[in-house]
Design a protein around this ligand. Sequence first.
Ligand SMILES: [Zn+2]
Length: 385
Amino acid sequence: MARAAHWNPLIEKFQAKLSKWKSSTLSFGGRLTLCKAVLGSLGSFYFSLFKAPSKVIKTLEKIRMRFFWGGDMEKRKITWIAWDKISTSKDRGGLGIGSLKAQNIAMLGKWWWRFKANPNITWAVVIKSIYGDDGGFSRPSVTRRKSGCWGVIANLPKYLEKDNISFASHFKLVSNVNAPGSIKWNWDLEPSSIYSVSSLRNYIDMAILPCSVEKWQWNPLIPGKLNILAWRIIHGRLPTMVNLSKIGVTTSTLCKICGEAPETENHLFTQCRITKDLWQRLSGWWWLLDPNVRTIGDLLNCKNLLQGHRRLSNIHEGIMLVFLWVVWSYRNLKAHASGVKSISVLAYEVQSFSLFWFNARNRKAAALRWNDWCCDPVLECYSRV
Ligand SMILES: [Zn+2]
């Protein structure tokens, strides 16, 4: 399995799962979910026994990246944000996909734990008889020369050393409180002291993936695609006319909604004539919205006004996010299909989508009612908590 060609079945399966038709029918949120889950049972089997050659990891990451942006291996779409920035965890400014390299190593690392935690089970005894009582961990170069996948597993610390990541030192021998006089192994990257794949995976990803200044705190009340929209706006990587002209896709920079000013994120969501009217209309309905927002930063920070009321502040921010979504969808409708909608229709969309999404994700409080939601949504939220 050290040869890239032997990984072709996995690559084919990967490609089939992340196919073109799925990328064109799913939203960004759906594609994100599929990117995270694509490894499947075959991939998990391969990854838990063999270290994938870096060429294979690169190919698999490329398939995921192209799928995420809506393309495939034949047709490439614009990649607006670097893949390693997307892969990094949400609290470090990414979308939490995680790298396949870290997943592979962390799954192999589990064998170290199994061997140390249960040294007397049959397979461990076999390993000991071949590689010595310590499983060959202290002499990885000798272990490597013998055939089989154990040599690769014993060499994990050496592979991680290249990225300045320590591995073996996180296994600690401590006295066993349940059996006085005896000792046991602890894994110090997990509060429970028991090895978990996710703990090593996160640890490796922290070391090899970048950390962004721009971070988006996921709002649980609305779908992933809206959170991803806000995340892209924060990174300044939405395909607005100004951004498209910067990469040479278009020469015109005029706003697709009003046609009067350059289409930046700020203009589109806070200064455009149509969106301003829509925002005014909405702030008359959900009166907690500030009618005088000037920048996209004001919009995205709106949650801070309502600290201390977690659910209400999530709803408040949720309405703002639905507003962004409705404006962006309308902009795309005008750009690609020349469709026109009135302010009333757009406001109705914000009201109805937000009610539908909040109720669908509402696990604890009673469902919001449409008539009361339209009349006095703030009161309705208080009465239904
Ligand atoms: Zn405009």
